[in-house]
Design a protein around this ligand. Structure first.
Ligand code: PMP
Length: 353
């Protein structure tokens, strides 16, 4: 830390993204990216948009917002596009949390929530998950705090039912409930239609996972017009041009190629079933994942050792050195071939080869 660094941030522990090593060509199953390239339409539109990079992008993202809203069945003023969903989540912490509205989220969830709370000086509480890693909704009933729930949760992959989320929404009418649907497209029900029923609901989603656009940084929030206005106040006070021209164009290409997204989601969910079945045969226990990853622990082989041995053999998975989950690895679902290689590699590691 330099002697100039603000005192405000001296205790801040930044978020640690999954490793992106350049030394070897790894099979990368550690950051929940899509194994499939972005839609060709997205690539073409982005290349075309590159010709106008001397101009600022449209701060209102009008065309993309309209197309997105139409697909979601909401109106344009109920959507806000951001630089990845990380940005809308940060905006939500800034807009809807303070000393009288502390944040609350599970103790095992997306690691960025606590960082957003810390950087914004927001008090927060982490509620332990149940022993089986499920969220006990009773912990959130009438809690009177700003609630953040990833649904499906990460890194467990376990999803709450929409009816359970409604219970939480109904019992906290004076507090915002943020449902982070980064992984919703892999076989889960979205809460987006509920924004017309609950004025305290903000749903966030991303183009990073199901839409193969992690590198372009595009996410969004869906909520009542009033909440979107608040989030816009934060956006226009931090970074009005938060979506660059190429990303905006690529996003439009993705939305025009919905069939491609659906095809990829189907392949990922099939590969997830294959991977889960094979891992179980090898002595792993897994949570019931609705995401593009599985969360697995071997009955006798140490979690960290498995992560290290896989890395030695050119496969990256995500291991968290956190007490309750240190025996687990989060494994992103890739192509069928990648998952077959993973299974073969794990087999040879378990056999001590
Ligand atoms: N929410 C959850 C639960 C995530 O796992 C991630 C991905 N790391 C994000 C949000 C943010 O993703 P992005 O900023 O790429 O949209």
């Amino acid at each position: 830390m330099s002697r100039f660094f603000s005192n405000k941030y001296s205790q801040l522990i930044p978020y640690t993204p999954g490793e992106q090593p350049k030394d070897t060509k790894y099979i990368k199953l550690n950051t929940n990216e899509s194994p499939y390239p972005p839609s060709e339409k997205a690539q073409e539109y982005a290349a075309e948009a590159a010709k106008n990079l001397q101009l600022y992008p449209d701060p209102e993202c009008r065309q993309l917002t309209e197309a997105l809203a139409k697909g979601l069945g909401v109106s344009s003023d109920e959507v806000l596009l951001t630089n990845g969903s990380d940005e809308i989540l940060n905006f939500a912490f800034m807009a809807f949390c303070d000393d009288s509205h502390p944040a609350i989220f599970p103790d095992i969830t997306y690691g960025f929530y606590s960082v957003f709370a810390e950087i914004n000086g927001i008090p927060y509480e982490e509620i332990p998950l149940s022993g089986d890693f499920t969220i006990n909704i009773n912990d959130y009933i009438g809690i009177n705090k700003t609630i953040f729930i990833a649904n499906p949760n990460a890194p467990t992959g376990i999803a709450l039912k929409t009816s359970q989320i409604e219970e939480i929404l109904k019992s906290n009418p004076d507090n915002i409930v943020v449902i982070d649907e980064a992984y919703v497209d892999f076989g889960n029900e979205s809460c987006v239609p509920l924004i017309h029923k609950y004025d305290n609901l903000l749903v966030t989603q991303t183009f990073s996972k199901s839409r193969s656009m992690a590198g372009a940084r595009l996410g969004f929030g869906v909520a009542s017009k009033a909440l979107i206005q608040d989030l816009n106040t934060i956006k226009y006070s931090t970074n009005p041009y938060n979506i660059n021209r190429m990303t905006m164009a690529a996003g439009l290409g993705v939305l025009e190629d919905e069939e491609y997204t659906q095809k990829n989601c189907k392949a990922i969910t099939e590969n997830r079933s294959y991977t889960a079945d094979e891992l179980k045969k090898l002595g792993f226990s897994l949570t019931e994942s609705g995401a593009n990853f599985v969360f697995a622990k071997h009955d006798s082989f140490d979690g960290k050792e498995l992560y290290l041995k896989l890395k030695e053999r050119g496969i990256l998975v995500r291991h968290f050195d956190k007490p309750k989950i240190s025996q687990y690895n989060r494994i992103t679902i890739g192509t069928k071939e990648q998952m077959q290689t993973l299974i073969e590699t794990i087999k040879s590691i378990l056999e001590g080869k």
